[in-house]
Design a binder for this molecule. Structure first.
Ligand code: EPZ
Length: 453
């Protein structure tokens, strides 16, 4: 995401220890997989606990443009009726807004034997290759080419196959699962991603009549239901619609947990699956935080300055790369030197330049950030360069002395519902600044809040 797209700003007066309770919503990276999965059915599905974030809105925009009917029976549920789905080429502009538009490849290929979808967008955090997705589709019998920025897939029939992923990829695992559901015979994905949202998707697909086993381990087997039709492509969805509630978002939870430690606060984070938070909980305890877990909530308390720790991101159940940036912000004021290595994305340190403006002492060498903890950060005007970089800057602003203005807050809204209200509810002093383009709002970034009680 480039600076040109920055519009919104958020002013934060830091230094207030966060206190109280906050409720986590449904997992973004599940929602953006389950929405396209619903298109594999012949009838409507209802998905509950859907976060109200702009990535979900973009997905709805894409599928409604393709003939799908989407209603919101409640603020956090979606009824998706794919009866009118037509195999059309979705607008490149919308497809490029988010990464997960690539799940349309697997879904359209399975439904129509043909798909043409532009290359996806998403956060600028590294190269983001798609070779493992294409390798999977080819193993199922599809032709796959990229022409003029469009991924073109074609298959007369899809036949299950063994597929060994060269790298653990969440996206490729999910895309192959989506396509393999309607194939003839069994697909076995080895070295599959084990993330809880892969399990969430498998549960949804199975409720729709698919036969997926092993999700959550590194071997996922999908018995395609296309065998009855000789694996030939059907133009109506072959699964049935189902009802499903999305699991909680562990990265949203991690962000609040990190912010609680960063501000030396006392926060209960509700509606979580504590098991999914293990890598975060363990690392925050190493910094000196006191964490109490109780099934669906965690209480995070911190007194004093955090201790430096080393972090290395890894596929689940390792420390999630999506929580690395907020964690780096926290460690910028830890006592001692921390080393944070991102093994998943090679360019996920764009937030570091902004943290330097706030007085952090961090050097990035390759995939590692070497963080010499400073006593405190001081507020400054900073820009979110991607979704989690934005979350990191909010954490930094919350612990900094004085006012921080985080610009580009719309990038944060791609993945966090009501982040501003939720932090405010925990006592943070935040104020939304008018967009720079708004009339009479020229000095938006200069507006200063009084640091009050
Ligand atoms: C998903 O991205 C998430 N996005 C990302 O979340 C998350 O950072 C990432 O998984 C890792 O957990 C969505 O779910 C929409 P990958 P994805 O395929 O699927 C390499 C956020 O902040 N690779 O698991 O694109 C790749 O370069 C976002 O919410 C290949 O080499 O990630 C990376 O090093 C950002 N070839 C590693 O695998 C491929 O074909 C993991 O990528 C695919 C990936």
């Amino acid at each position: 995401m480039g600076r040109h797209s920055l519009v919104g700003g958020l002013s934060i007066v830091g230094g207030v220890p966060l206190q109280g309770r906050v409720r986590v919503g449904g997992r973004k990276n599940s929602a953006v997989a389950l929405i396209p999965a619903a298109l594999l059915a012949a009838g409507p599905s209802t998905i509950d606990n859907v976060p109200r974030i702009s990535d979900v809105d973009s997905y709805i925009e894409i599928i409604t443009s393709m003939g799908v009917t989407v209603d919101r029976p409640t603020p956090h549920s979606l009824r998706i009726d794919p009866t009118g789905l037509i195999n059309s080429v979705p607008s490149t502009e919308v497809v490029r807004r988010l990464r997960a538009s690539y799940y349309l490849w697997g879904v359209l290929l399975a439904r129509f034997g043909e798909a043409e979808v532009g290359m996806p967008g998403g956060c600028d955090i590294g190269q983001r290759p798609i070779d493992q997705h294409l390798k999977g589709f080819r193993a199922l019998g599809a032709e796959a080419v990229i022409e003029h920025g469009v991924v073109k897939l074609k298959a007369r029939r899809l036949v299950g196959a063994p597929i060994y992923l060269d790298v653990v990829s969440v996206g490729a695992t999910i895309n192959i699962m989506l396509a393999a559901c309607l194939a003839e015979g069994t697909t076995v994905i080895e070295n599959a991603a084990k993330e809880p949202h892969v399990v969430d998707l498998a549960n949804f697909l199975n409720a729709m009549g698919a036969r997926v086993v092993g999700a959550g381990t590194d071997v996922v087997k999908i018995k395609g239901i296309g065998s009855g039709s000789g694996g030939r492509i059907r133009s109506t969805g072959a699964l049935r619609g189902a009802d499903h509630a999305i699991i909680p978002d562990e990265i949203e939870a991690a962000t609040f947990m990190v912010a609680a430690v960063a501000t030396r606060g006392d926060v209960v984070v509700e509606n979580v699956i504590t098991k999914h938070l293990d890598p975060i909980t363990a690392k925050l305890r190493e910094t000196g935080a006191d964490i109490e877990e109780n099934g669906d909530w965690v209480r995070v308390r911190m007194a004093g300055r955090p201790k430096a720790v080393n972090v290395k991101t890894a596929a689940y159940p390792g420390f999630p790369t999506d929580a690395q940036q907020p964690m780096t912000a926290l460690l910028s004021t830890a006592e001692g030197t921390s080393m944070v290595t991102d093994t998943i994305w090679e360019a996920r340190f764009k937030h570091v330049g902004e943290l330097l403006r706030m007085g952090a002492d961090i050097k990035v060498e390759g995939r590692t950030a070497i963080i010499n903890g400073v006593e405190r950060l001081s507020g400054a005007e900073v820009e979110a360069t991607d979704l989690r970089a934005g979350a990191a800057l909010l954490v930094a602003g919350l612990m900094a002395e004085g006012e921080t203005v985080v610009k580009g807050i719309e990038l944060v809204e791609r993945g966090y519902e009501g982040i501003e209200q939720k932090f405010r509810q925990l006592g943070a002093q935040l104020e939304r600044l008018p967009d720079e383009g708004d009339e009479g709002s020229a000095p938006a970034q200069l507006r200063v809040l009084k640091s009050g009680s």
